[in-house]
Design a protein around this ligand. Structure first.
Ligand code: FMN
Length: 345
């Protein structure tokens, strides 16, 4: 058993790890909108950290902090090794992915597949602990349907009852997990695409509320389908924190208001125009070989629900024949300049 002591400061709100989305550029952009929300990297496999281009995978800008690294893996030794390597980068938290349903991941016995192996998850967390003093968190689903995927040794391949969830928690918490982030759906490992697995299995927030009630001493965050500031407020009455995924990407300006959940209780008063001005400064500092479209694609939702939305999307997706900085400066003139931080979503 692993004996270290939990020492995390609960962040309350976080932005979910999302492959192809939560890269450095997106994180820089979101940090303009919210200073305190905990950000996550995209999922990085332990193998990639051990054998891949570490600087490319792990480098980040101090401005992005607080920032958690999410790692996926399927054995304790490699997870431990990856965490040890990542120490040099000094992330604020290391998170283990036990929620991803993608074939690429579950096909290698990673992600949500590991729900069927809580002892292994516990050992992985212990190994992570041995290699860092940083908080260790686990992001997982409430259960899985492992039909067609789990080996015959499992007499029950659908592990989706509330008692299955508490069994998982009972075993894994022995490794002193600093926070459990629970996606309120099961993952169906065979037959559904990752996208469908974020939409088809029904949401079960009640299970997570109950979990917090029965395990008041654990830090429990809720995730899945949470779209508005009002919904966040409701969830915070039941659990310690809320993780937002797609809504933060599709409607990032919402994050300026999310800021009020942190101490001080104030929204971030930056306007969309000021965000664009900051993006211009960011772009001006970037290496020449970085495609500006790869930065701006993450800002697609900046004008979500307000005037200028279509225009902004056109501007950042058009084939560019001019200097991107000039295009953005022109955009500032074209786009509506009323107090843009008015809440209209
Ligand atoms: C494009 C995309 C990529 C994702 N990649 C990851 C990932 O790398 N690691 C992970 O744990 N979850 C990943 N997820 C799942 C999210 O972290 C989150 O759990 C899920 O989207 C549900 O939250 P939401 O309804 O607020 O979006 C991804 C989701 C999306 C939409």
């Amino acid at each position: 058993m692993c004996h270290n002591i939990s020492k995390i400061k609960t962040p309350k709100i976080s932005i979910a790890p999302m492959v192809d989305r939560t890269d450095r550029h997106f994180r820089y952009f979101t940090r303009l909108l919210t200073k305190n929300t905990l950000l996550y990297t995209e999922m990085i496999t332990a193998q990639a950290i051990i054998h891949g281009d570490r600087n490319m995978l792990l480098d980040f800008d101090e401005f992005e902090r607080p920032l958690a690294l999410q790692i996926a893996g399927c054995d304790s030794k490699n997870i431990g090794k990856a965490v040890k390597i990542a120490e040099k980068w000094n992330y604020d938290e290391i998170n283990l992915n036990v929620g991803c349903s993608s074939d690429r991941v579950s096909g290698n016995d990673m992600g949500a597949y590991l729900i069927a192996y809580p002892e292994l998850v516990r050992d992985m967390v212990c190994q992570m602990r041995k290699n860092t003093d940083k908080p260790i968190t686990v992001k997982h689903r409430i259960g899985i349907d492992g039909s067609g995927i789990l080996p015959d040794s499992f007499d029950r391949k659908i592990i989706d009852k509330y008692e299955d969830l508490t069994n998982f928690i009972d075993i894994v918490e022995k490794a002193k997990v600093d926070r459990f982030i629970v996606h309120a759906r099961i993952a169906i490992l065979a037959g559904l695409s990752p996208k469908e697995n974020r939409e088809v299995p029904p949401i079960r927030y009640e299970d997570i509320y109950r979990l917090k009630k029965e395990y008041p001493y654990l830090n429990i965050d809720i995730n899945g389908g949470i779209k508005t500031v009002e919904e966040i407020q409701t969830h915070l009455k039941h659990v310690d924190g809320v993780m937002i995924g797609r809504a933060a990407y599709d409607n990032p300006f919402m994050l300026t208001e999310v800021e009020k959940f942190f101490k001080g209780g104030k929204v971030n008063n930056i306007s969309r125009g000021e965000v664009i001005e900051e993006l211009i400064k960011y772009i001006e500092k970037l290496d020449e070989n970085i495609k500006i479209q790869n930065v701006l694609k993450h800002t697609m939702g900046l004008f979500h629900g307000v005037k200028g939305s279509k225009k902004w999307r056109q501007i950042i997706t058009l084939p560019w024949d001019k200097d991107p900085v000039d295009i953005l400066k022109e955009a500032l003139e074209i786009l509506p300049q009323e107090p843009l931080n008015i809440k209209k979503y």
